[in-house]
Design a protein. Structure first.
Length: 411
């Protein structure tokens, strides 16, 4: 089987333990990233186990974890919210159509062997985009963190201003939960790295929400989550689908880059070679299959891929074990999910995306390579002020033109 490509010292229980760890930590992340994308939490869980199953049998990396990713979640939200109202059936259908487009683009890129061009992409442009996305994600979590409502149609700067104006309306309990959870996540990450802080936080605050009736205190909870496995959703094509094409190309590009960077960095750990073109097809298939169940658009996850490696995983068997954990949750544990506070999930998201900020790289570019710093800064500012697709395209254009003129001067 594709996923069973073990090293010589392989032991089954390494993958089983890693898979259980991965499955448990994916649950809160998946629900959080679904909310980030404008989808009910259940679609985050759907978008977790389906990609794991598809990639295990089609991908070539032993370690790449494919599922919900914060940057792609906010990209999906920004792409579709101008056309459909988030958290509605129409929005779910739009996600289905967008996922199919992205998947088809990646499959075609793999078939035409475009994976080899990944190594030519400037690190500065990728970093500028990712760090701008991290800022967007943090801003998007502030309403849940402080228990207020902000206009989703406002710019990010306007939302921050609205937040400042509404500071007198902050829910003190939500604010306390958010700040306390965030501090706990950072402190325990320093003193007890192996401690499952996010899971313990969710369990303890979920119990507290049930016992002390957090809803009566004005603290928003996840709420009702449907129980059971996903149903098949057929796409409903209309002329609006062509409006999604620029975003589909942008997301396909970003997901390919992120997945490839992770897979390439750990490729020397496995016996058989990692194949970028075959992986493009595999990543496309995860999106196509997931789309038919309305699930969140999946991508390669940096933090969960690192997690499975640190947990001892050796093959994609760990992903299959994680998928079983998620299926068990969907079948039997969704009533418990109701009581999870959104302020705590906001803290987990902010904590997760904090590590997308690459401050050492920014300092390195500033001190040693000013042109790369300009490329990074241009990409980040354009992404924040104009949009995700425009940001990464502008960054690439500036980088290409910059390198061209520099070479022309040196001749």
């Amino acid at each position: 089987m594709k996923f069973f490509n073990p090293p010589e010292d392989y032991r089954y229980h390494d993958d089983i333990i890693a898979g259980i760890t991965l499955g448990v930590i994916t649950i809160p992340q998946a629900m959080a990233f679904a909310l980030l994308a404008g989808l009910p939490p259940i679609y985050g869980l759907y978008g977790s186990f389906i990609p794991l199953l598809v990639y295990a049998f089609t991908g070539t990396s032993n370690y790449l974890n494919v599922g919900p990713v914060s940057v792609i979640s906010i990209f999906v939200f920004e792409s579709l919210s101008p056309y459909e109202e988030p958290f509605t059936t129409a929005f779910v259908v739009a996600v289905v159509n967008l996922g199919l487009l992205i998947g088809l683009i990646q499959v075609l890129c793999g078939v035409f062997k475009l994976g080899r061009f990944v190594s030519y992409l400037p690190k500065s442009v990728i970093s500028g985009f990712v760090q701008a996305a991290a800022v967007v994600i943090i801003i998007s979590q502030l309403p849940s963190a402080f228990g207020v409502t902000l206009s989703l149609k406002s710019s990010y700067a306007e939302r921050l201003y609205q937040l400042w104006l509404s500071k007198g309306d902050f829910n003190l309990m939500s604010t306390g939960l958010f700040i306390g959870s965030l501090l706990l996540l950072f402190i325990l990450a320093k003193v007890r790295q192996q401690f499952p802080t996010a899971i313990v936080l969710l369990v303890m605050t979920g119990i507290a929400a049930f016992v002390f009736d957090f809803e009566a205190l004005g603290i928003s909870l996840i709420g009702e989550v449907p129980q059971g496995l996903p149903s098949l959703i057929l796409p409903e094509f209309s002329q609006d689908i062509w409006l999604y094409l620029p975003s589909a190309f942008g997301i396909a590009f970003v997901t390919s880059i992120g997945s490839f960077v992770m897979a390439k960095n750990v490729a020397d750990r496995q016996a058989k070679p990692w194949k970028p073109n075959q992986d493009l097809v595999a990543l496309g298939l995860t999106k196509i299959v997931s789309a038919f169940f309305g699930s969140l658009v999946p991508a390669g996850s940096f933090n969960r891929s690192i997690l499975v490696i640190k947990s001892g995983a050796k093959t994609q068997l760990a992903g299959l074990v994680a998928a079983l954990i998620l299926i068990f949750t969907l079948l039997f544990l969704t009533p418990i999910v109701y009581y999870l506070p959104q302020a705590v999930i906001a803290a987990i998201i902010v904590y997760s995306v904090y590590f997308l900020f690459d401050f050492p790289l920014i300092i390195e570019f500033w001190s040693k390579d000013k042109k790369q710093f300009v490329y990074l800064l241009t990409t980040a500012i354009t992404t924040l002020s104009v949009g995700f697709v425009e940001g990464i395209v502008t960054g690439l254009i500036i980088a290409v033109l910059g390198e061209y003129f520099l070479k022309s001067k040196s001749v």
